[in-house]
Design a protein around this ligand. Structure first.
Ligand SMILES: *Cc1c(COP(=O)(O)O)cnc(C)c1O
Length: 323
């Protein structure tokens, strides 16, 4: 079988990302651990600058560009967090970024991109249409497109999360990872399984518009509709000509679990009340899978990757019905 990435690639990423990326803590989730009679840790990726793990992949990708390429600037198309990370990394590396997004991206995410020094280009009604615009900019302005997930450097950047977990936890039995395009889970699962082949890797998506789940079920990448979801960071397709993540998810992920909007809401509320963390919907799907008992037993040591906290204050307060 094709070797998609190697441990060497991941260690190279490790050398390149840490002047922009933070090492994030593993936080023992006391109540959830008691409930499940196991040791459960959250990997606090929402503590990254830009409030999501996406700076990892974007930094590793940009660091692999030649300096002439970097000088022309970056572009990408994104539901928000990847765009914001790309803008931030561009600024850190003394270049700039144009972020192409569809009209459906929430206002707080647009503000986030602008706060991270990105120029926002609004185009079309879907991710696909925003992508067309980014491709145009790559031609007219010679900007490098920073891919959101299906790229070796992106996957290896996200994989540094796996290395950090292995440094801290001696024996890992299961890991729960939010799943959209699959760059995050491919990188983490590759690293974890190479050391602990028996560790169970769960990918978790929302019920409606779970592109990777539907694609694997169909036996090839398929298009899914975009549905409104609290887990808006998990929306979008996996690309018809997917090169990496479709195969890597098939190879390294044990099971994909889908959670409902109600379960996501419950998990946002739970983690706020129990741990005082304000997390976006996409970040709590692993917690939702446990609370809803869709994942029944996770003995021993487990990690839940809590990926981001880019949720608007009003949406958060209204969703949880906080007055
Ligand atoms: C992008 C993102 C994910 C999913 O990552 P993929 O690599 O696309 O699977 C999960 N959570 C948050 C907060 C994200 O921004």
């Amino acid at each position: 079988m094709k070797q998609y990435i190697t441990m060497g690639d991941v260690y190279e990423a490790k050398k390149l990302v840490y002047d922009i990326v933070r090492k994030t803590p593993l936080y023992k989730a006391q109540d959830l651990s008691k409930k499940n009679k196991s040791q459960i840790y959250f990997k606090l990726e929402f503590l990254q600058d830009t409030r999501s793990f996406k700076v990892r992949g974007a930094t590793n990708f940009a660091r692999h560009l030649r300096s002439e390429e970097l000088n022309n600037g970056l572009t990408t198309y994104s539901t928000g967090n990847h765009g914001r990370a790309t803008a931030y990394v561009a600024k850190k590396l003394n270049t700039d970024a144009k972020i192409c997004i569809s009209k459906n991206v929430p206002k707080n995410k647009i503000a986030g991109i602008k706060n991270s020094y990105g120029k926002v280009v609004i185009h079309g009604n879907s991710q696909d249409e925003a992508q067309v615009k980014a491709v145009e900019l790559s031609k007219t302005e010679k900007r490098a497109i920073v891919p959101p997930f299906d790229n070796k450097y992106i996957i290896c950047g996200q994989a540094t999360i796996g290395l950090e977990i292995l440094e801290k936890i001696p024996k890992l039995d299961s890991i729960l990872v939010p799943l959209s395009g699959g760059g995050l889970i491919s990188g983490i699962a590759f690293v974890i399984k190479s050391i602990y082949p028996d560790c169970k890797v769960y990918g978790i998506s929302m019920e409606k518009g779970a592109a990777m789940y539907e694609s694997i079920k169909a036996g090839k990448p398929v298009r899914v509709g975009e549905h409104e979801s609290l887990a808006d960071s998990l929306q979008g397709g996996i690309l018809f000509d997917n090169q990496y993540t479709y195969d890597m998810v098939k190879k390294y992920v044990d099971k994909i679990i889908l959670v409902s909007e109600e379960e996501i809401k419950e998990a946002m509320s739970y983690v706020f009340k129990e741990e005082h963390f304000v997390l976006e919907g996409a970040a709590v799907v692993g917690i939702a899978a446990l609370l809803s008992k869709k994942i029944k037993s996770i003995g021993g040591n487990s990690v839940i990757v809590t990926t981001g906290s880019n949720v608007g204050n009003n949406l958060f307060l209204n969703t949880l019905n906080i007055k």
